[in-house]
Design a protein around this ligand. Structure first.
Ligand code: EPZ
Length: 420
């Protein structure tokens, strides 16, 4: 079991470059089933991406990573396609459920394991299945699997999502790709990662328009089956390092290879707290201020403040003056990091779905345990700002979504090392 050891209270300075987005790469890999040849660039070399590639191989595609270029080539020569996504792969990476839409729309059937819940919640897929049924799919649940078929192919429909879901919007887009006629999706998630998927599908011949939370996609004949696509940068990784800089950059940290317009809500929240942020066209410069002010935040679908940054923001709020509140409005159980932060000295209490954080509190290093991807990175941030040494166990959670995390932090003078 690998661990991270962090010596806290080291000032951070220098530059950090942001990797490609895991949450954009995953649906685009699922969409690669619809193409013949795909060359994806700016792909983060993280565990979830390797697992998704393994799933594509299992289905019958050929995937090849060119690691030094952060790229992956995928070939679907349509031979021996197995429209099955097995439990052993989907259980560790629930985004595997996204192959359902692609397999169904292209091969008219799919057998996909129900993704289990995870530390942050039960993670149902009822909204995914709701959309597929509207497109004419016949869906059965048997022995923990989703059995889907559409013998005569899928048919365009008007679908209004009862609540906003990133994954369900993505699965519906993939399924609608080859449905006959037009599909109108309403009350969609409109995360930048979904817009990147739409860009990819347009390269593949889709005609798609977005208007507010409505997406219109018309039935498609695949026109261009050889696609080159550069994945968007990872806005959650960016937000994580913005918060790390806000905590520890006395001089300043410059974060490159990004589009600041995509993280408007994160920038405005940090500025309200009192963090100095200078925006350039493809980079931002951040430095910590003396006086940091308390704030109340609720997590929302994009363009609101992202739930994937909630744990990281909580660490920053332990260092501001006054009582702050974070309401977690997306997932039912996403405060697993709180008990570990309290063991490091944080004063946080949970009331219903709201964390009440008293600041400033001195954090001291401890041995802690990661529980999910974003909670684990909040423990890294806490370790960086705490006195003495912090040891973080179960860092495989981190490796699912943060590329070269300790190297990027070491380059900014953090004292952090991984031990086997
Ligand atoms: C995506 O998960 C992201 N994962 C999550 O990031 C992110 O936290 C989440 O969107 C919200 O932004 C990927 O993109 C791979 P949802 P997803 O469907 O699609 C409920 C990370 O750390 N819901 O938008 O699963 C659900 O339980 C991960 O990178 C249903 O009720 O999220 C949740 O409460 C963690 N029925 C809410 O909707 C459904 O059919 C939002 O979930 C689907 C979802």
């Amino acid at each position: 079991m690998q661990k991270l050891i962090i010596q806290g209270k080291k000032e951070l300075k220098g530059k950090i470059s942001i990797s490609g987005s895991k949450n954009a790469t995953l649906p685009i890999l699922a969409a690669s089933i619809l193409a013949n040849r795909v060359h994806l660039k700016n792909v983060p070399l993280v565990k979830d991406i390797f697992t998704m590639a393994e799933l594509l191989n299992f289905i019958g595609l050929k995937t090849k990573f060119i690691k030094k270029e952060n790229s992956i080539k995928i070939i679907n020569n349509e031979k021996n396609i197995n429209t099955l996504a097995p439990y052993k792969l989907v259980k560790t990476m629930r985004a595997g459920v996204l192959v359902l839409g692609s397999l169904l729309t292209k091969y008219k059937k799919a057998k996909v394991s129900l993704p289990g819940g995870c530390a942050i919640g039960s993670r149902p897929v009822d909204l995914h299945l709701f959309a597929l049924k509207k497109l004419g799919a016949n869906i059965k649940i048997k022995d923990g699997y989703i059995l889907a078929e559409a013998k005569k192919g899928l048919k365009g429909a008007i679908i209004r999502f009862p609540s906003i879901s990133v994954g369900a919007t993505e699965n519906a887009l993939l399924a609608a790709f080859k449905a006959k006629g037009k599909t109108i999706l309403k009350n969609c998630a409109i995360e930048p990662e979904i817009k990147d998927l739409i860009l990819f599908l347009k390269k593949l011949g889709a005609r798609i328009n977005i208007k507010g939370r409505m997406i219109v996609i018309s039935g498609n004949k695949i026109k261009n089956t050889k696609i080159i696509h550069e994945v968007i940068f990872d806005r959650i990784e960016l937000g994580t390092y913005m918060i790390a800089s806000a905590l520890l950059a006395k001089k300043s940290i410059t974060i490159n290879k990004i589009d600041p317009k995509i993280v408007k809500s994160e920038i405005s929240i940090l500025r309200k707290i009192g963090i100095q942020i200078i925006r350039k066209k493809t980079s931002i410069k951040i430095k910590r201020n003396k006086k940091l002010k308390k704030i109340n935040v609720t997590t929302k679908p994009y363009p609101g403040f992202p739930t994937d940054l909630q744990a990281q923001l909580m660490v920053l709020l332990t260092q501001v003056n006054g009582i702050s509140r974070i309401k977690e409005d997306i997932f039912e159980n996403r405060f697993m990091h709180v008990s570990e932060l309290k063991r490091m000295g944080a004063e946080i209490e949970i009331k219903n779905k709201t964390a009440i954080i008293k600041g400033p509190t001195k954090l001291t290093g401890a041995e802690v345990m990661a529980t999910d991807l974003r909670a684990s990175v909040s423990l890294v941030l806490a370790g960086l700002v705490a006195e003495n040494r912090t040891i973080i166990n179960r860092i495989y959670h981190l490796d699912r979504g943060y590329e070269f995390l300790e190297n990027k932090l070491k380059r900014c003078k953090a004292v952090i090392k991984r031990i086997k």
